[in-house]
Design a protein around this ligand. Sequence first.
Ligand SMILES: NC(=O)c1ccc[n+]([C@@H]2O[C@H](COP(=O)([O-])OP(=O)(O)OC[C@H]3O[C@@H](n4cnc5c(N)ncnc54)[C@H](OP(=O)(O)O)[C@@H]3O)[C@@H](O)[C@H]2O)c1
Length: 321
Amino acid sequence: MAPFVPSKILVVGGTGTIGQYITASLLRAKPEFQQVVLFTSPGTAHTKAALLDKWRADGLSVIVGDLTSEVDVTAAYEGVDTVISAVGRGGLLVQLELLRLAEASPSVKWFLPSEYGTDIEHNTDKSPHERPHQLKLKVRNYIREHLKRVKVTYVVTGPYFDMWVYPMPDAEKAGGFVVEEKDAYVIGEGDGKVGFCTMWDVGKFVVATLQHPEESFGKALKVQSFVVTPNEVVAEYEKQTGSKWNVIETPLEDIRALEAKLWEEGNPRATGTTLRRIWAEGGTLYVQNDNELLALKPEDLESLEVGVKKALSGGYRADVF
Ligand SMILES: NC(=O)c1ccc[n+]([C@@H]2O[C@H](COP(=O)([O-])OP(=O)(O)OC[C@H]3O[C@@H](n4cnc5c(N)ncnc54)[C@H](OP(=O)(O)O)[C@@H]3O)[C@@H](O)[C@H]2O)c1
């Protein structure tokens, strides 16, 4: 049998924070794929009309519909062989039905669920109990129990460097850089390594995954742009700004206490604080990542230097697709 080559790709959640990088990267690589289709909601089709028009000119097909409608999703799956989901946290469980319909579809062969974060099965003692992991674990469990025919790949990126550099309001201590004040918040002594991905590299890794189906089927691919300590990031900020920064260290126990308080208050920053604590504890470190399996070398990816340069010149919020 001829090896599987993705040809008609459907993206859901492709207008979101990370989905935009994935959609834009697929369009850049489009000559490789026969068709790239975006499924989007009527609300987003309205609010992001200019972006969708630009993407249409770049070769994107757009379907407007309701992601929770069996009729709409079944119609969108017609002729599609690969589904990429980048739905937001609020939509993670919508994927159970998307997966059920993919399994029932005559054409869908491969599904990449919305992950693009920490490896939720990094270790058996801690990861399964982390609160932000619960919905993605439910999706993985559903896949184990119900998907027999459709292949699945999880693209596990660790934290987005572009976002990690911004401190979260109410939880600044959990990490980040305030350029105006030259304040750098680090957890502990800032010397624990963290594996980062930049947001454009997430798109690159998804495209590379599609270029390596056989190597990727059934795997949680751990991909990283660079692995550095927060202190190395501080040093890069100091180099690029030509000035000394104030490093504010917060012990892990204080971050755990902050985390508990935010969860108790129902503060939306709780998720981010827990994730930052997991990353600071080494939750993104592997004996080996899967960059090589996808044939991506350091020179193909963004570096710490590039990441800081972009952060200092407006950051991801200034990105244009
Ligand atoms: N590693 C990190 O640092 C990091 C940071 C942020 C996010 N992530 C991960 O990246 C993935 C995507 O997150 P995101 O922040 O990019 O998503 P987002 O911007 O919140 O949402 C992405 C899109 O999902 C679609 N969607 C459909 N139903 C939805 C629902 N019920 N709730 C929310 N969105 C819905 C919407 O697109 P349409 O309107 O076009 O249908 C929306 O624009 C998630 O798995 C998240 O955990 C990782």
